[in-house]
Design a protein around this ligand. Structure first.
Ligand code: ADP
Ligand code: MG
Length: 682
């Protein structure tokens, strides 16, 4: 790397300590940082034909002054100066506010260039800039930069110019020649020049294209290097299981696997058999049948002689999983046990003992599984369900319980591919993108709050048929700030509404684990017909007789979350319904409700969610692990991301990458990033 670039910004004449300090606040320390402080947009000064300019758009025109300027004062310091201007064949009006001094400068028949906002109805430009004389070429696009404190955009422009002079075109290339050629990318120095001093829109576009690719390639190289490290350096064990026995197990399942299940089972088994360590993300929409896939993997592990663990975020889920896994595995002689914080005393001691002796084959539980006292004899395969609820640290602790066990993360939140390969870039990804046959699609409707009576009538019809219903509310208690339906209120309203025709239960996060448990059991035994709840039922709960879901204030939820909630119904053979009660105020809000009514495909929902909310908000307020890119945009530049990812993967596996001179900058970068030593990267 060119040494000049690493110099502090103060080497530039005109940048003193004070300015340097403000620049520091913007994370600009060196000459290079300054050069890489990219404009976030461009002021467009190109001349345009007024016929093509839309109302309220900014425009620059050149014309001949057609009337003496007329100046009008109003108020104490306010004034309005008006001229008529002949632009091509149009006679328009140009208004300047509070610039009375212009009157003396503008004369009849003069040629002037003005920039401002076009009012189509009044055929008027409200001008912000005027240049006496003809339009001069070469300044069509002016970069606009983020600034802080006393800094101005003009100031930054000047500093960047200085930085360019300082490095004197002496800018090293950071992409290999072969890639510049393959994708016809601008060289780094040309691209930098084009971003800061663009000659045309196309100039900017080409420069952007180059940097987007560079950013993605560098990022993906890190991820792929880390992936390679995780697979190879922290050597796993190759599990050797009896293929015949496993086939018997699969043949004995109550249903044939879907094609998607067969594919991901194969991917998982290949990992288990290989000496590499599995680090795999399994994505599948709610109800796509991840549990049975997990069971097959666990069974393979068990017959290969290792123990398995399944970790889930809530006790309810742990119990449900324990129940379904027992159903699938115990007939084949696999001992499954449940360990949660409510398993106490003697029972707990027994389980821990049997576990350390290796008598328990599969342990299912909440994060209680990662406590110190839990010791396996030989843990070889770890599965976490709904992994986004576990932090990186918890996942690591669990992994370290065994000797480099294979790890499978399962999630029912379909993550758009662009985000998946970014946030989980160091993992392999398996996707179940197919539902078991015979599933009836949930019918989703959007209703305004004033239609509640009809909605409740609809709900009652389902109850009369013997079905059950969920009613979801965004908050637990009444909030003065937010006028939202709350679970407690809704519970009492519905209790009153249904009288003795249905029992209405209440479930929310402030209940104790025991209370939650009791109410969930009552609901699953159909002792309670209507369950009013906050989003605590979001994950995994399985009551196939529930066919109706009503979601209050649906506009308050993210699309992915609505989809997740909706997945609680449609789990049986009967037709299910989901009603979104919402009065969204914005177009985007309405659009979101419409998307929910139009598709049942979680991946489609999540892609739309990403489009509408942007990558930053997709994961909500929780730490997302999303890297920040300077120019690249995960939504719009996804093709470049895919390209960079496959290029990075191929490079990492190739010999030439580790030897050829043209890859030296990339290798140096990897070395510096720590990815090759397996350090977790942020
Ligand atoms: P999820 O992916 O949400 O965890 P589950 O594993 O709970 O889904 O599966 C949902 C339901 O579908 C379960 O009742 C399960 O028995 C059933 N199921 C899974 N795979 C199949 C299949 N291939 N054919 C029919 N039913 C299936
Ligand atoms: Mg599940």
């Amino acid at each position: 790397m060119n040494q000049n670039l690493k110099e502090p910004v103060t080497v530039l004449k005109g940048i003193g300590e004070e300015t340097a300090e403000i620049l520091t606040e913007m994370n600009i320390y060196t000459v290079q940082d300054l050069l890489e402080h990219f404009p976030y947009r461009y002021e467009d000064y190109r001349l345009r034909d007024l016929a093509e300019v839309k109302h309220d758009e900014r425009v620059t025109v050149e014309g001949k002054v057609h009337s003496e300027p007329s100046l009008l004062f109003y108020g104490r310091k306010k004034s309005r100066l008006i001229i008529r201007l002949l632009v091509d064949r149009y006679l328009i009006q140009v208004v300047f506010f509070n610039q009375p001094f212009l009157k003396k400068k503008i004369a009849l028949n003069q040629i002037v260039t003005v920039t401002g906002k076009w009012d189509q109805h009044r055929q008027t430009i409200t001008a912000t800039e005027i240049h006496i004389g003809e339009y001069s070429k070469g300044k069509e696009l002016e970069p606009v930069y983020a600034v802080k404190g006393q800094l101005t955009v003009k100031g930054i422009r000047k500093f960047i110019k200085l930085a360019f002079q300082y490095v004197n075109n002496n800018l090293d290339e950071t992409l290999p020649e072969s890639m510049l050629n393959r994708y016809k990318l601008l060289r780094r120095k040309d691209a930098l020049r084009a971003l800061h001093f663009p000659l045309s829109q196309d100039d900017v576009k080409q420069a952007r294209r180059r940097f987007v690719y560079e950013e993605f390639l560098y990022f993906q190289l890190k991820m792929q290097a880390l992936r390679k490290y995780e697979r190879e350096q922290s050597a796993g064990t190759a599990l050797e299981y009896d293929e015949g026995k496993l086939e018997q197990f699969i043949a004995g399942l109550p249903f044939p696997l879907t094609n998607a299940q067969i594919r991901v089972v194969k991917e998982i088994l290949t990992d288990l058999k290989s000496p590499y360590r599995m680090n795999r993300l399994l994505q599948g929409d709610v109800g796509s049948g991840k549990t049975v896939v997990a069971a097959i993997g666990l069974y393979a592990g068990v017959i290969a002689g290792v123990q398995g663990a399944l970790m889930v975020p809530t006790e309810i889920l742990a119990e449900q999983h324990a129940e379904s896994l027992r159903g699938l595995l115990e007939p084949f002689g696999v001992r499954c046990e449940l360990l949660t914080s409510s398993v106490k005393g003697k029972r707990r001691k027994e389980i821990l003992e049997s576990l350390s002796k290796g008598e328990i084959n599969v342990l299912i539980g909440t994060h209680a599984l990662i406590q110190e006292e839990v010791q396996f004899k030989k843990l070889g395969f770890v599965i976490t369900d709904e992994q986004h609820r576990f932090g990186v640290e918890q996942r690591r602790v669990l992994r370290e319980k065994g000797e480099n066990p294979d790890v499978l993360f399962m999630t029912a939140t379909p993550i758009p591919r662009t985000l998946a390969i970014t946030v989980f870039g160091e993992m392999d990804v398996s996707i179940i993108d197919e539902m078991p046959a015979g599933r009836k699609a949930i019918e989703t409707y959007w209703a305004k709050h004033d239609m509640l009576d009809r909605v409740l009538g609809f709900m009652e019809k389902e109850l009369v048929k013997g079905r059950q219903a969920y009613v979801i509310c965004p908050l637990i208690e009444e909030s003065e700030k937010l006028d939202l339906q709350n679970a407690i209120d809704v519970h009492s309203t519905l209790t009153h509404f249904f009288g003795n025709r249905a029992r209405v239960g209440l479930m929310h996060g402030k209940l104790s684990a025991d209370e939650k448990d009791t109410i969930m059991k009552e609901f699953s035994r159909n002792e309670v017909q209507v369950l009013v709840s906050t989003t605590v039922v979001e994950v995994g709960v399985n009551v196939p007789n529930a066919t109706f879901m009503l979601i209050y204030d649906a506009e308050r939820f993210g699309l992915a979350q609505l989809h997740q909630l909706r997945g609680r119904v449609g789990r049986g053979t009967e037709q299910s319904f989901c009603i979104l009660l919402a009065d969204p105020k914005t177009e985007v809000g309405k659009e979101r409700m419409k998307i929910m009514t139009e598709t049942n495909d979680g991946f489609v929902v999540s892609e739309k969610d990403l489009e509408l909310r942007g990558p930053g908000d997709f994961f909500g307020r929780k730490q997302s692990g999303l890297p920040e890119f300077k120019l690249a945009d995960l939504v719009h530049d996804y093709r470049a991301l895919e390209t960079a990812r496959s290029d990075a993967a191929a490079l990492i596996e190739s010999t030439v990458f580790w030897t050829a001179a043209e890859y030296a900058p990339l290798r140096a970068y990897l070395e510096e990033s720590g990815a090759m030593a397996g350090e977790k990267l942020d």
